[in-house]
Design a protein around this ligand. Structure first.
Ligand SMILES: *Cc1c(COP(=O)(O)O)cnc(C)c1O
Length: 495
């Protein structure tokens, strides 16, 4: 019954779940994948009406098999508590014929909280289980939301330190302020002179530096990652798809066994991969609609079988999806070639060297459940405005991309199955862009004035996460060139 993990590039096998959580990335640069996808051992009917926490346990126990029941239940209880502003943790809101799965009720009001409120607990538990007494140093690249959510999760957690790199000019004002006002003696933030892909590649390079690894080990540090490449993030993300299905069932919105579709606004491919894993576990999901903004490398990939990152990086109003190298796609590639590490390693090598790779027809057929969609900034804004005008419900710019893609999918295919849309951020996190979408002109004043105005027109209170930033002084001012990222880490750790 035990599940072990192996690298998608073949360099590591037989790794326990807790070891994989601790390591984040495999030694050979690959990502950890379970040796098989477990099936749910309770039915959705049995789970319907259960709490989020219970659902989380029923899903996570199947993947994290070397954690004891007590360990897992403790991690879950500590993660999904009053930090969330609703007992439902991930409520569903029906609007305009779609179900919005609201993943933004945690402390940093984006879906990253769903996994990053539990990851520190999974990681410190893993350290204890594996008798690791080194200080864990979390290195994270962020397109805006992961950084804050990871720092909020790890702030002042004994035995850990966290260093976050974000693209200067590549995140919303509220996102940036959330990060630079972060409290906690063990939190560090640097703005890099580059985009998200530069930040992510820089972090991967630091992980790959064997010399640095040795120096760190000698000085009592262990590097790990809070990015969505860590299975400790992927597994908790499966939970809310199961929970959403069970809520639909419980509320009589769907019948037993009925198939639903899911649309996910996608960047690094972590969230949608979790939906795919939920399907593999037996959840009745039909299509997985992968929504992109103008950085539509994934849309092109699903349409042609060619992944080509050689294109202009476009800064959009949905910055957390401004990504050209979607790391977690490697896991789907691996699954699609029959878990052939050699093929995966070759394709990833091509991506690195040539910026492009092409998959076989057989691999494409394997991915038939996925359907690419995309919306440009105008279509995104139009979807937000129309939904507001028709229903009064306000969504953020990332969710807007998903809504536009979901509607296009329905129109093109005539597939009217119930549609769950992953609502990945609170509109307050991108209040300026959301207001501009609804009112047609950019709002006057700063990000907080925009939040206040959004509150007036939507009739919803400004979330505490925004109020907290409004009150807090700036604590972090570090910035650096992409080439200096490793030096920044050394400086922070006094190496
Ligand atoms: C991170 C993020 C995404 C993209 O999610 P992936 O798992 O990286 O595909 C979408 N929307 C928001 C608001 C995010 O923070």
């Amino acid at each position: 019954m035990n599940i072990t993990y192996q690298s998608t590039r073949g360099g590591e096998t037989g790794v326990t779940a807790s070891q994989a959580v601790l390591k984040g990335l495999a030694c050979d640069g690959g990502l950890f994948m379970p040796d098989r996808i477990p099936k749910l051992d309770v039915t959705p009917e049995e789970l319907a009406g259960q709490t989020y926490q219970e659902t989380a346990y029923q899903v996570m126990k199947l993947f994290l098999t070397d954690y004891t029941e007590e360990e897992l239940r403790t991690c879950i209880a500590r993660a999904y508590d009053e930090k969330f502003d609703t007992e439902a943790i991930a409520p569903l809101t029906k609007a305009d014929g779609c179900y919005f799965l609201e993943l933004f009720h945690g402390s940093t009001i984006a879906f990253k909280d769903m996994a990053l409120s539990i990851l520190p607990h999974l990681m410190t538990t893993a350290a204890r289980k594996n008798h690791v007494d080194r200080e864990i140093v979390i290195l994270t690249a962020t397109s805006g939301d992961t950084g804050k959510a990871a720092m909020a999760g790890f702030a002042d957690v004994p035995g850990t330190r966290i260093v976050v790199f974000y693209p200067q000019n590549g995140v919303s004002r509220i996102q940036e302020l959330q990060m630079v006002t972060q409290k906690g003696a063990n939190t560090h933030v640097a703005a890099i002179h580059g985009n998200f892909d530069d930040a992510q590649t820089g972090v991967k390079n630091i992980f790959a530096d064997k010399e640095l690894e040795k120096t760190l080990a000698d000085r009592g540090f262990l590097l790990s990652s809070a990015n969505s490449i860590n299975i400790g993030r992927l597994v908790p993300q499966i939970v809310y798809y199961v929970y959403a299905y069970c809520q639909l069932l419980h509320n009589g919105e769907i019948q037993k066994g009925e198939t639903i579709n899911v649309t996910v606004p996608t960047g690094n491919f972590g969230n949608i991969l979790a939906a795919y894993l939920a399907k593999q576990m037996g959840l009745p999901i039909g299509k997985l609609i992968c929504a992109s903004n103008e950085n539509k490398v994934l849309y092109d990939f699903f349409a042609t079988g060619v992944y080509d990152r050689r294109r202009e990086f476009i800064l959009t109003t949905s910055p957390s999806m401004d990504i050209l190298i979607s790391s977690n796609l490697e896991r789907l590639i691996y699954a699609s070639c029959g878990c052939d590490a050699e093929t995966t390693a070759r394709l990833m090598g091509q991506l690195k060297e040539e910026g492009r790779y092409e998959i076989s027809q057989k691999m494409r057929d394997f991915m038939a459940d996925f359907c690419g969609g995309f919306a440009d900034q105008k279509q995104d804004a139009a979807a937000i405005r129309k939904l507001y005008e028709d229903t009064g419900y306000v969504i953020d710019t990332h969710t807007g991309v998903a809504l536009a893609a979901a509607q296009a999918y329905r129109q093109e295919t005539g597939d009217g199955a119930p549609m769950v849309i992953a609502a990945t951020a609170s509109p307050y996190k991108f209040a300026g862009s959301v207001l501009e979408a609804i009112e047609g002109t950019a709002p006057e004043g700063d990000a907080f004035a925009a939040a206040d105005r959004l509150s007036r027109i939507s009739g919803t209170p400004v979330p505490e996460a925004v109020e907290e930033v409004r009150r807090s002084p700036i604590r972090h001012t570090r910035e650096c060139a992409v080439s200096e990222m490793e030096d920044v880490v050394k400086e922070i750790l006094n190496l």
